[in-house]
Design a protein around this ligand. Structure first.
Ligand SMILES: NC(=O)c1ccc[n+]([C@@H]2O[C@H](COP(=O)([O-])OP(=O)(O)OC[C@H]3O[C@@H](n4cnc5c(N)ncnc54)[C@H](OP(=O)(O)O)[C@@H]3O)[C@@H](O)[C@H]2O)c1
Length: 279
């Protein structure tokens, strides 16, 4: 079924979230508020009693402390536990998977091959790399298909993650690059916002006003890039009038090697992701 806003309703599909911490809660909130699925179709398996109670009260979904119970009744299983406990959870739920159930992992650094080895042969697996702005519905999620995931599975996963932001489909080999850019990127942008706010305070603004202006400037500039579809360089040129204030600031940025600093940050984060994947 297709809604007016283009979202597919998956009410017939039962979805289990195994681990219902920050990311899973954001996803649950997103899919329910966007009516991608109905509360009666969602079950969350989570060891923390207060968290289970909060989810049940806030969303009217089913909760359990037993992972296999959730998995046994679901067509889609979202594995949203930390990488440290991931393997144990995988082994625990593998026998409870329904034939053909779609397994979606959001765990950083866990390769698809590792998941495929643990689940019944032929199970469709999709690995994703979301980021923390998903908590406010502005995430960026990269999606990579496993051996048995077909385009319909990928569509289904895109549909879920579009409830908390934007999605792109990539091959798994690019997920380290994604981790360096959009996975770690929010931290780089937080540093930029903090530095811009500091600079505003230095120039005489009060802290709250400086932070509000800094954050909104980053948000607004990002929105302009996305909505205009223009090259960021063209948008930058338009703000910089001859002998004006902006070009003076841009010169200082170039002297500080800000482009190289950002490129190095993404490169180092991607490299670290590759190193961790080998462990
Ligand atoms: N946060 C991010 O920016 C981000 C970005 C991309 C990917 N990810 C990935 O998303 C996954 C979840 O991250 P998160 O930030 O949402 O972590 P989180 O808030 O710690 O959520 C994980 C949840 O899993 C629960 N849990 C622990 N052991 C379990 C078990 N054996 N069975 C079922 N549930 C269990 C935890 O409960 P307790 O707290 O009681 O242990 C917690 O509620 C991680 O694999 C991470 O790599 C996160």
């Amino acid at each position: 079924m297709q809604l007016g806003n283009g979202t597919n309703v998956m009410n017939e599909t039962k979805i289990a979230f195994v681990g219902a911490g920050n990311m899973a809660s954001a996803l649950i909130q997103g899919v329910l508020s966007r009516e991608v699925c109905d509360p009666s179709s969602v079950i969350a398996a989570e060891p923390s009693e207060p968290r289970r109670a909060r989810l049940q009260q806030a969303h009217g979904i089913t909760v359990t402390d037993d992972n296999s119970t959730a998995v046994r009744q679901s067509d889609v299983v979202v594995l949203a536990v930390k990488p440290q406990v991931f393997q144990g959870v995988l082994e625990e739920i593998s026998g409870a998977l329904r034939p053909g159930a779609l397994v979606i992992s959001i765990a950083a650094g866990v390769p698809i091959s590792k998941i495929e080895r643990a689940v019944p042969t032929g199970t469709p697996v999709v690995r994703t790399m979301p980021n923390t702005p998903a908590l406010v519905g502005e995430g960026a999620t990269a999606i990579a298909a496993g051996t048995h995931a077909d385009p319909a599975h990928i569509d289904r996963v895109c549909n879920l993650f579009e409830a908390v932001g934007t999605t792109i489909v990539v091959s798994e080999s690019l997920l380290d690059a994604v981790t360096g850019l959009s996975g770690s990127g929010p931290a780089f942008v937080f540093v930029m916002i903090e530095a811009l706010a500091d600079a505003g305070v230095q120039e005489g603004l009060d802290r709250a006003s400086a932070q509000k202006l800094a954050a909104q400037t980053v948000l607004g500039a990002a929105k302009l890039v996305l909505e205009s579809g223009e090259h960021p360089g063209a948008l930058k040129d338009r703000v910089a009038s001859p002998a004006g204030t902006t070009i003076a600031g841009l010169r200082a940025l170039e002297q500080s090697n800000v482009r190289a600093a950002l490129q190095n940050a993404v490169h180092q984060a991607a490299q670290r992701s590759r190193e961790l994947a080998k462990k």
